[in-house]
Structure formats: C-alpha cells, structure tokens
Design a protein around this ligand. Structure first.
Ligand code: FVH
Length: 288
C-alpha cells in the first residue's frame, strides 16, 4: 500500500516538499490557507483537502511548513481532536523554545512530534545532498524517515525537540554573517566602478580558504585556549579593521553591517585579548 502523507502549507518551501514526495511516488494530500496554491500539485497527482481538519484526518503523518509558529498554532488549533494518534513533522522555522513548546502541546494532544530545520532553498529539495535537521521523538523520526529521504538527507539530532531549531539558527547566523560581509565587500568595489561579477570568483576562493580555520577556532573555544599557535592576533586585526570602516565611509557607504564586529574587536583588545586569535571573541558574546 502506498504511504499517505499530508502537507499543511504550500508556500515556496511547502510546495517543493510536496512535489518531492510526489516524485517519490508517495500518496500526497495537501492543504493551504489560500486554496489556489494547491492547484499545481493537484495537477501533479496530489489530493487537495477542503480544510486542515480533513487533511489531517486523511493520513497518519502530517508535514507542516508554514510561515512561522503562530501560523502553525492557528492551523493546528483549528484541527482539534483529529491530531490524536498522528505524527507531526514540523519544518517551519522557529526558535528552540517555540519547538519545545509545540512538542509539549502536541504530546498533550496525543500526537508524536518531530521538529525539523531545512538547510536549503526550495530548488534544492529532493537532492540527496540537501540537509534536513530533525530532533524530537525517535518514534516520529522512524515514522517520517522515508518521507524525509524524499526531501534529501536527514540528520537526527536526538530527543530534545529544540535542537534542530538551535542548529538551524546557528547555521543561519553564520550564513548571514557571510552574506553581510560579501554585500559590504561588493558595495566597496561597486563604489569604485567594479562589477559584483568581477568579485565573485575571488570572494568564493577567499571564503573557502578562510573557512579552513574553523576547526582550530572550535578547538580554541572549547579549550578556552587562545594564546597558543596564534596566527592573527586581535591587536593587529583591530588596527587593520579601521581601514575597512574608513574605506566604506570614504565612499559614502553605510557601515551598519561591519561596525558591530569592530566594537567587539575593540572590546577584546581593551580587555587584554590583543595577543589572542579571533576565537577569543566568543567569550565576549554572552551578556553576563
Ligand atoms: N523558502 C526558503 O528559502 C526557506 C528555506 C529554509 C526554510 N524556510 C522556512 O520554511 C517555512 C516556509 O517558507 P516558505 O518559503 O514556504 O514561505 P512562503 O512562500 O512565504 O509561504 C508561507 C506559507 O505559510 C502560510 N501562512 C502564513 N500565515 C498563515 C496563517 N496565519 N495561517 C495559515 N497559513 C499561513 C501561507 O499561506 P498562504 O499565504 O498561501 O495562504 C504559505 O502557505 C518558513 O518557516 C521559512 O522560514 C524557507
């Protein structure tokens, strides 16, 4: 018998997930607040449910991909008792606290809960290298395993339902830092008439070279050992960083993206970390 799954939420990501399940020959029921968004999926073989309750009642595994947690709760609250005995795989972006709260709520409703973080954009769904982080109920992970396999490669992070969101947000934080730096660097060049396209190859090579320092940085942070094998001391970096800021200002560019790093560098030097590598700044991030 073909495996049946329900998808709640057919935005860009929810539709990509449902398409991947259809491509894996799964029996897909879909529901979306705006019903017209189901039409392309129905044309590809999905069944559209008239409302969220009937969509949930149809199958045992419910995949949710909505804008945010308030919309998830709005949809699930409307579904009421139909959730009892079901498995929920929630792939909506949120905080660890929201994931843990929803897991506790689902348990009280008699549903098994698995939280997930999608480390991909919609066109990447369905590729084997696409990473989906999950955490929460081990039984739910087993139930959802084949569906997750149709999306990409899932990595189960254990029983704490908040951990998938925690890793997801940590990875996104690293990504936004990289994008912010890339945008500022691009703006610096464009102000002098150099196209973004003429920077991209060099930027990729540089970021790839620099990411090689992450394992040593992790070792230093975990060991609180910043003074040995120092490659680029913070006093030197602080002196050079002024030039990043000055060059942007000279070109009438905003420095909003790069000033926070300068403030932390200055604090590091002022608190006696000038001889340390950059990993030492990790200790300045906690507020107490
Ligand atoms: N797209 C991406 O690149 C990222 C990749 C990583 C993971 N994110 C997260 O995935 C969640 C959904 O993102 P999305 O790209 O599908 O988002 P939209 O295309 O904007 O679709 C939003 C869906 O949510 C529905 N919705 C919004 N508010 C409500 C509500 N109050 N009640 C019921 N449904 C609601 C919306 O419905 P409609 O506007 O079509 O009626 C869409 O189905 C998200 O957490 C990302 O952070 C995506």
């Amino acid at each position: 018998m073909t495996r049946k799954i329900t998808f709640l939420g057919l935005g860009a990501m929810g539709s990509a997930l449902a398409r991947a399940a259809l491509a894996a020959n799964l029996d897909v029921t879909v529901w979306n607040r705006t019903p017209t968004r189901a039409e392309p999926l129905v044309a590809q073989g999905a069944t559209a449910a008239a409302d969220s309750s009937s969509a949930i009642a149809t199958t045992d595994l419910i995949v949710i991909c909505l804008l945010d947690y308030p919309s998830v709760r709005a949809v699930l609250d409307a579904a009421g008792a139909t959730l009892r005995g079901k498995t929920i795989l929630n792939l909506t972006n949120g905080t660890p606290e929201q994931a843990r709260g929803l897991a506790a709520w689902a348990e009280a409703e008699g549903a098994d809960y698995l939280d997930g973080g999608i480390m991909a954009i919609p066109p990447m769904i369905g590729r084997p290298e696409t990473l989906i982080l999950t955490s929460g109920s081990a039984a739910a992970q087993a139930t959802a395993h084949d569906v997750l396999a149709s999306f990409g490669s899932s990595r189960y992070l254990g029983g704490d339902p908040g951990h998938a969101a925690l890793y997801d947000l940590a990875l996104l934080t690293a990504m936004y830092g990289m994008f912010g730096g890339y945008l500022q660097g691009t703006a610096l060049l464009r102000a002098d008439g150099i196209a973004a396209a003429d920077f991209v190859e060099m930027a990729q090579a540089w970021l790839t070279a620099m990411q090689a320092s992450l394992p040593e940085m992790a070792r230093q942070i975990d060991a609180a050992d910043y003074g040995r094998n120092v490659a680029s001391n913070l006093a030197m970096q602080d002196a050079a960083y002024v030039n990043l800021i000055d060059a942007s200002r000279a070109r009438k560019l905003s420095t909003d993206l790069i000033e926070p790093m300068q403030r932390l560098l200055q604090k590091a030097v002022a608190t006696g970390r000038g001889g340390h590598d950059i990993g030492s700044m990790a200790e300045l991030i906690p507020l107490d």
